[in-house]
Write a protein that binds this ligand. Structure first.
Ligand code: SF4
Length: 251
């Protein structure tokens, strides 16, 4: 087994172990209303981690982050940058759906500060295991947590790299749900900006991996994809816990 595969397997095993703990978490009241814990999904050895705010109804039902319309848009944006969900690890600040219980339908609400405080040690552990080179935070709540700031002006501050205690390279961007809400009134609602920020994140990964030469300032996403793919091969020797057979975690 190559060094890369060895590291990859280690991350995989650590995440599976952590996932079991998160699945049993009852630290906050969201445990009483959730259907499924949404741990996170993707490549355990990803160089790029994408972090949203928290699960909505579709995620709560499936246990998978960023499904439904917003998830479809995120997947589309990744594909426009020539990478896919299997090249990144996607997680949320809060792992269970925050909602207002209603007789007919439950309505999403933002998680409270207390819920965020109780839940974020799980995300911190995920970041500690995966050690992504770059973190793309989606939406203001995610950016606020990642940058430990209360005041984030997303329109002005997105697309810029910041240092935080989690990563030297955190780039805030627009949340796909925000883009969907704004699409009808403002051109593409910001989709092109999200794509731009994903491309910046990919270029930063390339730069950090030493792929930028004097003659090639811009690395094409295809090259990046190949590099991420090579670095992140699935350990085919895994049997009962093979990622490919694990829809909640794998791809
Ligand atoms: S939201 Fe987080 S802290 Fe609250 S029960 Fe779910 S996993 Fe635990």
């Amino acid at each position: 087994m190559s060094e890369t595969n060895h590291q990859y397997s280690e991350n995989y095993d650590k995440l599976i172990e952590l996932r079991e703990e998160v699945y049993n978490c009852k630290a906050c009241s969201l445990a009483t209303t959730r259907t499924k814990v949404v741990f996170g999904n993707g490549n355990p050895d990803a160089d790029l981690m994408i972090i949203g705010e928290g699960p909505g109804a579709n995620e709560d039902t499936s246990g998978i982050p960023f499904v439904g319309r917003a998830g479809k848009l995120l997947t589309e944006c990744l594909e426009e940058c020539n990478i896919s969900r299997k090249h990144v690890f996607i997680a949320n600040v809060v792992k269970c759906r925050a909602c207002i219980i209603n007789k007919t339908t439950n309505k999403n609400r933002p998680p409270t500060d207390e819920e965020i405080n109780l839940c974020t040690p799980w995300l911190e552990k995920q970041i500690e295991i995966i050690k992504p080179l770059v973190v793309l935070s989606l939406g203001a709540p995610s950016a606020r947590f990642m940058l430990n700031r209360k005041d984030i002006a997303m329109t002005k501050e997105r697309g810029i790299f910041y240092k935080s205690r989690f990563s030297d390279n955190v780039i805030p961007s627009l949340h796909p749900s925000y883009i969907l809400r704004n699409m009808y009134k403002d051109g593409d609602g910001g989709k092109s900006l999200l794509i731009k920020d994903i491309k910046s994140a990919i270029s930063k990964v390339s730069e950090l991996k030493g792929q930028v030469t004097e003659n090639s300032e811009i690395i094409t996403p295809n090259e990046v994809q190949m590099n991420i793919q090579t670095e992140s091969k699935i350990d085919e020797n895994k049997t009962d816990t093979n990622l490919k057979n694990d829809p909640t975690f794998g791809f």
